[in-house]
Design a protein around this ligand. Structure first.
Ligand code: UD1
Length: 430
């Protein structure tokens, strides 16, 4: 199993190209199930989760051709992928596939909308607390679906004539459930109004792509999304938006080590709140023609308190990384996680590097230390694993991160991107 070996202490200087967003690519790929025409997605990142979803979609009958052309020689593996689902050949998403990645549960929306039925295994994914699917079920029921849960599977059927548009207000903001209901409603009879919808940029990206396919969606990016059902959708060509989590992660890495890095092909509007927190921690962040410049010189890292929240709040997917940064702050900070109840698994691993963190309910108190010391650590989930990389970059000596398959789910060529900026990071295969 691969491990990542980091020798800390180097500043980061250079350019890091930001990949297409994993969390946008996944729902966009799933949207290909809604049409018998070809959906072409550009800027698709090369990640384990994307490969897994390609297998899952293939199982449903999606014909997939990958154009492996590198968009920028030697720098990015961003790919253009064509998805064509002439016929859905299987409306079952089996446990063996869905248990590996939670987002694959989302096929339930398009399958139900296009075929009138879906049998989808209850999901798996990162172990960051119980992640129920009640909102998906309630929402699809509001569109008149009949749903039964049996033997670990969700069996959903649409009424004769298809799903029926309705007004549904989410009791809690959910990115996944917003994606699914929006996709399902595109082909429903009549109009659907989703209240308390997620406002994440990935939701907007999916809505824009669906509109390019002929859907009639308005209000994306606000809490109220209106979807006027259409009879069918066509193909389209769409470019996946930049990965704001990858952007924020590298910005925090630079804030941690010091240095001067341009994050290319991304933009500040995707992560205002997170960038503001990094600024308060002592980094200078400015917009450039090609992306974002992050600089930290001289002064140390200042302690900053954050609370995770749905967009436009501080993203839960950057919480672990920010904690990594705060371990070396000149003072005490507090991080409160409000989205997932068990997303602090990185705490004990950061402690192995010398971090001083105590937990009280959903809040972590981080007492900054002046030095971290390299140690063997274990990646526990996708975002937690990269917080260990951030800490390792500033730790003295060697940090060896095991279980890096977590990292490979969401960070494209991380070791290469960091090495090019002067870090000492390498993949070790045993
Ligand atoms: C997506 C992102 C994930 C990010 C999360 C929150 C992808 C592939 N994943 O996950 O990286 O951490 O948004 O920004 O895009 N909930 C329920 N019932 C449901 C659905 C969700 O109670 O039916 C709860 C969850 O347990 C959690 C909260 O709602 O507490 C938010 O979850 P949700 O936004 O659905 O997260 P995901 O879409 O799974």
């Amino acid at each position: 199993m691969d491990r990542i070996r980091i020798v800390g202490g180097n500043k980061l200087n250079g350019v890091i190209p930001i990949s297409g967003a994993k969390n946008a690519a996944l729902p966009l790929m799933i949207a290909s199930l809604l049409t018998d025409d070809t959906l072409t997605l550009e800027n698709v990142p090369h990640l384990a989760d994307v490969e897994q979803l390609i297998r899952i979609l293939g199982n449903h009958g999606v014909d997939i051709s990958v154009n492996g052309r590198r968009e920028r020689q030697g720098e990015s593996y961003a790919r253009t992928i064509h998805f064509t689902c002439r016929n859905i050949v299987d409306t079952t998403a089996p446990y063996e596939l869905v248990s590996k990645m939670r987002a694959s549960f989302w096929v339930i929306g398009p399958l139900l909308a296009r075929e009138g039925k879906a049998r989808v295994s209850l999901p798996g994914g990162c172990a960051i607390g119980t992640r129920p699917v009640d909102l998906f079920i309630e929402g699809l029921q509001a569109l008149s679906a009949n749903i039964e849960i049996d033997g670990g599977y969700v069996n959903a059927t649409a009424p004769e004539g298809g799903l029926v548009g309705a007004r549904y207000t989410f009791p809690k903001v959910s990115v996944g459930a917003t994606h699914v209901l929006m996709m399902a409603a595109t082909l429903a009879n009549g109009t659907t109004v989703l209240g308390n919808a997620a406002r994440e940029p990935e939701v907007v990206d999916l809505a824009n792509c669906l509109n390019a396919m002929g859907a009639k969606i308005t209000g994306q990016g606000t809490p109220t999304i209106t979807i006027e059902g259409v009879r069918s959708l066509s193909g389209a060509r769409h470019r996946v938006l930049p990965d704001r989590i990858e952007t924020g992660t590298y910005a925090m890495a630079v804030a941690m080590t010091g240095g001067d890095v341009i994050l290319e092909d991304t933009n500040m509007a995707l992560l205002d709140t997170a960038l503001e927190a990094i600024r308060r921690a002592g980094a200078e962040i400015t917009e450039t023609n090609s992306g974002i410049r992050v600089v930290r010189n001289g002064a140390g890292i200042k302690p900053v308190d954050i609370v995770t929240d749905p967009f436009p709040g501080f993203p839960t997917d950057l919480q672990a990384q920010f904690m990594g940064l705060m371990t070396k702050a000149n003072g005490t900070s507090h991080i409160t996680e409000t989205i997932f109840e068990n997303r602090f698994m990185h705490v004990q691993e950061l402690a192995r590097l010398g971090a001083k963190i105590s937990l009280s309910g959903q809040t972590a108190k981080i007492e900054g230390v002046s030095r971290l010391k390299g140690a063997p650590v274990m990646a526990t989930d996708l975002r937690a694993s990269v917080s260990l990389v951030i800490a390792g970059l500033a730790a003295e000596g060697e940090t060896m991160v095991s279980r890096v398959y977590h990292l490979d789910r969401g960070f494209e060529r991380l070791e290469e991107k960091l090495t090019r900026c002067g870090a000492h990071v390498e993949r070790v295969s045993d």
